[in-house]
Design a protein around this ligand. Structure first.
Ligand code: OXD
Ligand code: MN
Length: 595
């Protein structure tokens, strides 16, 4: 066959995988709009895609998955380092050669009757020192269409790779070969045999059995977080589960801010915030992943390595996230939402009443009396970031943007203040390493229901998390650096009646405004166990409608609860054994002095 590249490493590998998986043809993706349209048409013919109404949602498609293939599968996600200790206590470990043997068995003939697509893609702006090139081989045209939105892909990436460039090898098969004459299903997969395997030492990703989201779009969680975090440790940078936004004050002060939040803590909403405060502006650079490098001036520079948003649809409305709603009015792929009779999409939490005669996310006629939601709670939209009205113009700057502040957050009904500025870098890293979030909003009895999710990276760190903490601390040990300030935030404090005290959403701009005032040396604060917190008058005014008593509750740290937290952190730290940096234990000792 004729290849559109003379990169021998690439050609040899494509041929090797084809020999094993035995696709009926091989196709190199050029990344063009025509190619996308042709694949979308093919998916419509196969029944995977339904084209939405060109009046309601131009150039958009609806898909629904196999009900057994709806989300990332953490228990089927593996870090395959030579030594188990290098994967650490938070990851599933497998020996690399054993895993390859198992998966070679699964890949044998797994693409029969299908086309193997070759997707050259770049995470990060093409040619930027931040960027990494990957090649994904996949037998899923659904994946190709989503990858075209989520990453830079196609001919320009092949050109960048050149004749001898190296790349991250990514193999993906849905694991559903077709015998001759066998007709296909709309969502092929092999849900009983899913493997999402990472080989950080050889920078490879092997995925089998799932066609969905982070399991199958290998540039995202697999490459840009798990493999990139390990690469970043070796190369001296950071690959983080962070949003990236640009904040402009009424005085014209510009600050770039990142935020790490576990899932279901409003990360996409914050990235796309419409401030409630007059004169403030928020623009988006990224909603999920940020790569950070030190610049020559000693500041930390960030880029969003992705090109699109793969956002959760349910709960998204003009009220909660108007910018997201404006972004997805056209050229969007929806997966596992409900479908309306007039060819539009719908989900729980969308503005207005639920329309009649919906098709649910399983493709069946929806019965409103069933008590079940019409859209899957993890239903998604895939949309190009470039079409977001609030995208910052510099979002693809190859040099990245200098970060002023980093927010670490979680869902905590008590204890953790609305906002606190860490005392120094080590304290900030301590706050990140002890981040926790309540698994469900309805859970009672705080401590027992908490999941520790350090830096919101629990499912995404590609190596031993103790070493990851040490890597973060190492930035504070460098000379001539001017690192961002780290803030802990918590929008989710509740009162005695179990009601949220803080209104959140657009009002979170008040917290951002206080942070800018701190950065500019314009606000004082009060020192406490979590660092410096605002004076309440600096965060609230009469427009907010929260009593002074409630406001002070947002910052109250109860001694008994703090003592319990210190014990819980001790237990959390113990799991890392001798890989836990001593500096973090020192920080725990400091926290104890506040009990
Ligand atoms: C995501 C996640 O999909 O964090 O972004 O699960
Ligand atoms: Mn995420």
């Amino acid at each position: 066959m004729e290849y559109p590249t003379s990169n021998k490493r690439l050609i040899d590998w494509v041929e090797e995988v084809a020999k094993l998986a035995r696709p009926s043809s091989i196709y190199f993706c050029d990344g063009s709009k025509e190619e996308f349209d042709q694949l979308a048409q093919l998916l419509v013919e196969k029944g995977t895609f339904r084209k939405l109404s060109d009046v309601k949602r131009p150039n958009s498609y609806w898909a629904h998955s196999d009900p057994r293939d709806v989300a990332r599968v953490e228990d089927r996600t593996f870090i395959c380092s030579t030594e188990e200790i290098d994967a650490g206590p938070t990851n599933n470990w497998r020996d690399p050669s054993e895993m390859k043997q198992t998966m070679n068995g699964l890949y044998a003939g797994s693409m029969e009757g299908r086309t193997m697509y070759v997707i050259p893609f770049s995470m990060g702006p093409l040619g930027s020192p931040f960027s990494k090139i990957g090649i994904q081989l996949t037998d899923s045209p659904y994946v190709v269409t989503n990858m075209r939105i989520m990453a830079k892909m196609g001919t320009s990436v092949l050109e960048q790779l050149g004749d001898d460039g190296d790349f991250i090898h990514c193999i993906h098969s849905v694991g559903s070969p077709l015998a001759q004459g066998q007709s296909d299903v709309a969502w092929p997969c092999d849900p009983d045999n899913i493997y999402i395997s990472h080989f950080p030492e050889t920078r490879e990703i092997w995925s089998y059995g799932s066609g969905y989201g982070g399991n199958a779009l290998l540039g995202k969680k697999c490459l840009a977080l798990r493999i990139a975090s390990a690469t970043a440790r070796d190369e001296g940078w950071l690959a983080e589960h962070m949003l990236l936004l640009k904040l402009t004050s009424p005085k014209g002060q510009v600050h770039y801010v990142t935020g790490s939040f576990p899932s279901a803590c409003g990360k996409t909403n914050l990235a796309m915030l419409e401030p409630s405060l007059e004169g403030w502006k928020v623009e988006t650079l990224g909603d999920d992943i940020c790569w950070l490098r030190l610049g020559e001036d000693g500041r930390l520079y960030g880029v969003n390595p992705e090109a699109g948003f793969f956002g959760v649809a349910p709960g998204t409305s003009y009220e909660t996230n108007a910018n997201a709603m404006r972004t997805i009015t056209h050229d969007t792929i929806f997966t596992n939402t409900a479908l309306t009779v007039d060819g539009d999409v719908w989900w729980e939490g969308m503005d207005g009443d639920r329309p009649d005669n919906l098709t649910d996310w399983k493709g069946e006629s929806y019965d409103p009396t069933s008590g079940k939601p019409a859209s899957h709670p993890n239903a998604r939209f895939t949309v190009s970031a470039g079409q977001a009205p609030q995208i910052a113009e510099e979002w693809q700057d190859p040099a990245g943007v200098p970060i002023s502040a980093m927010l670490f957050g979680g869902r905590r009904r008590s204890l953790v203040p609305l906002v606190a500025e860490s005392r120094d870098w080590d304290h900030g890293v301590f706050l990140g390493s002890t981040m926790a979030s309540e698994t469900t909003a309805a859970a009672v009895g705080a401590v027992g229901n908490l999941r520790r999710d350090p830096f919101a990276m629990l499912p995404f760190c590609g190596y031993n998390m103790g070493d990851y903490f040490a890597h973060w601390l190492s930035f504070g040990e460098k000379e001539n650096v001017n690192l961002p300030k780290i803030y802990m935030v918590n929008w989710f404090r509740k009162d005695a009646n179990n009601r949220f005290i803080w209104p959140g959403y657009g009002e979170n701009a008040r917290v951002l405004a206080w942070i800018v005032a701190r950065l500019e040396g314009e606000a004082e604060g009060i020192e406490g166990p979590y660092g410096v917190v605002p004076k309440v008058q600096d965060i609230a005014d009469d427009n907010l409608g929260i009593s002074d008593e409630q406001l002070s509750e947002l910052f109250h740290v109860d001694g008994t609860e703090l003592a319990n937290e210190v014990d819980a952190i001790g237990g959390h730290f113990d799991t890392f054994g001798d890989r836990l940096p001593a500096k973090l234990l020192r920080q725990l000792e400091i926290l104890k002095t506040y009990i």
